[in-house]
Design a protein around this ligand. Structure first.
Ligand SMILES: *[C@@H]1O[C@H](CO)[C@@H](O)[C@H](O)[C@H]1NC(C)=O
Ligand SMILES: *[C@@H]1O[C@H](CO)[C@@H](O)[C@H](O)[C@H]1NC(C)=O
Ligand SMILES: *[C@@H]1O[C@H](CO)[C@@H](O)[C@H](O)[C@H]1NC(C)=O
Ligand SMILES: *[C@@H]1O[C@H](CO)[C@@H](O)[C@H](O)[C@H]1NC(C)=O
Ligand SMILES: *[C@@H]1O[C@H](CO)[C@@H](O)[C@H](O)[C@H]1NC(C)=O
Ligand SMILES: *[C@@H]1O[C@H](CO)[C@@H](O)[C@H](O)[C@H]1NC(C)=O
Length: 434
């Protein structure tokens, strides 16, 4: 920005030094880490964020398949030493009264001197109004004293408006296709070390899990929507989807998974500890007190009160039919099913502070935003048969008992019970189920 860099060469060394001192004094950064009560980041924390973001961005670039514009956002951030907005720690945003969601600045240097907006309008012109929010947040907010470089990163062939070029004082950094390709090559070479090696199984996902992740991630980027409903059959691999979502968390972000029971808490916490070795996981339940400095909480719903003063970035709810808000009836206490659960706990869960919530269940009452219920799961071969239960059935014709068991285990739509289980019940003995 011209304001803060006007012709340094014309100044004397003393004036320069003075300027530098002034700049340093005005930067909120100098308050870190203790003078401001730990609201900004220490150097160690900055390095930690940089490291995590580098690894994740490279992994995402290597994997490819990002939404349009996202790749340029990541590559320009890696190139310019900035941090994508979603990974800028919340604490810092709060401290500077900056929006939590992406409102214009795509990435920011943790020392607050560089702000970047990426625009991939191949062979097109960027309208001025697509740049004004960026300009506003970088120059009119509390960043105005620290930001020295405004950078618009573009692909080759993306044109910026004349008015912008004349008036903004921003740089345009053009990333040619060859340069982008070089980053992709580099990313593929620099495979994320730990995760890839730890287990081959980590990489194997069912197509529906990948699809589900894609939808959840799109939701997480959508600022207008708070709740997202995922219907995924029991055994359909939702824990892994959750683990993958939690792996996306930025360094300063916090998330919580709500589970109905203690044994599920332990099971999921162990899974997360294995899959996310660089996150601190805290169990929250009867006998397990929350460690509020953790990044990921696995919380039994009865203990949700322990997290009441915490601001989370993401709340995942397992077996969510226990507390999903039903449109037009947002209060779970007045719900007809309140008896099934404990309404008071459901209300506590729903009042946890989180801008984004994803409800997972095999049997949602809401219209699911993503649906991979029992039937598609069976069709896709994800849930193959019920042999697991056969040892339970000892004598006689197992089929009626089997149907009862299935009915008991999971709630099924009536039509499904009639159609599918009906066939089962009336099928001659010995014929295979599927
Ligand atoms: C601030 O961070 C940017 C990007 O990481 C870096 O290029 C620049 O040299 C840093 N400036 C100072 C004064 O540390
Ligand atoms: C952009 O324009 C160039 C030259 O006119 C052309 O070769 C290229 O295919 C265009 N790219 C896209 C994505 O339209
Ligand atoms: C965000 O969510 C709202 C509400 O579901 C939807 O109407 C809108 O199309 C979504 N926006 C994007 C960019 O997907
Ligand atoms: C809480 O977590 C921090 C690290 O995040 C750790 O240093 C501390 O010992 C933990 N406290 C307890 C009581 O486990
Ligand atoms: C949350 O904050 C309130 C008000 O400061 C306090 O009374 C309450 O005990 C806190 N809850 C927990 C679980 O720490
Ligand atoms: C809860 O259960 C009790 C006893 O089973 C019943 O009388 C009551 O109507 C139920 N309440 C609701 C809201 O369903």
């Amino acid at each position: 920005m011209p304001r803060s860099q006007n012709h340094p060469r014309s100044r004397s060394p003393t004036a320069l030094l003075l300027l530098l001192l002034l700049a340093v004094q005005r930067s909120p950064w100098t308050m870190a880490p203790s003078a401001d009560g730990g609201k900004t980041l220490s150097t160690a924390e900055q390095q930690q964020v940089q490291k995590v973001v580098w690894r994740k961005s490279m992994a995402a670039i290597a994997e490819g398949n990002m939404r349009p514009g996202k790749e340029l956002e990541l590559i320009s951030a890696l190139d310019l030493g900035t941090i994508p907005w979603s990974h800028v720690p919340r604490r810092l945003k709060d401290h500077l009264s900056l929006p939590l969601g992406d409102r214009g600045i795509d990435s920011l240097a943790l020392n607050l001197t560089v702000a970047v907006q990426a625009k991939d309008y191949t062979n097109g012109s960027v309208p001025l109004n697509r740049l004004t929010n960026f300009y506003f947040w970088a120059t009119a907010s509390r960043l105005k004293h620290s930001v020295q470089r405004l950078v618009v990163a573009t692909t080759a062939g993306t044109r910026l408006p004349e008015d912008w070029r004349l008036n903004s004082g921003a740089e345009q950094r053009v990333y040619r296709e060859e340069e982008l390709e070089e980053w992709r090559r580099r990313a593929r070479k620099e495979k994320p070390p730990k995760q890839l090696r730890s287990s081959k199984v980590d990489l194997e996902r069912w197509p529906h899990q990948i699809e589900c992740l894609k939808h959840c991630r799109a939701f997480l980027h959508n600022e207008t929507q708070r709740d997202f409903f995922v219907q995924i059959a029991t055994g359909g691999g939702k824990s892994l989807v959750m683990a993958d979502l939690l792996a996306d968390l930025g360094a300063g972000q916090r998330a919580c998974v709500i589970v109905p029971k203690l044994d599920l808490m332990e099971q999921l916490a162990q899974l997360l500890e294995t899959r996310l070795p660089d996150r601190q996981v805290s169990r929250v339940g009867t006998g397990s007190q929350a460690n509020l400095s953790a990044q990921v909480f696995v919380c039994v719903r009865n203990s949700a009160w322990q997290l009441e003063n915490l601001t989370l970035d993401l709340l995942l709810l397992d077996e969510a039919h226990h507390y999903e808000p039903v449109p037009g009836n947002p209060d779970p206490l007045s719900d007809a099913d309140a008896n099934l659960t404990s309404g008071i706990h459901a209300r506590r869960v729903l009042s946890l502070k989180a801008p984004k919530r994803i409800f997972f269940s095999a049997t949602l009452r809401n219209e699911p935003d993503f649906d991979f219920g029992l039937r598609p799961a069976i069709t896709a071969g994800v849930i193959k048969d019920y042999t697991v239960m056969v040892p339970v059935l000892t004598e006689g014709d197992p089929r009626p008992r089997l149907v009862e068991l299935i009915k008991d285990m999971i709630w099924l739509p009536q039509a499904f019970i009639k159609e599918d289980l009906g066939i089962l019940q009336h099928r001659p003995r010995g014929q295979s189920l599927y």
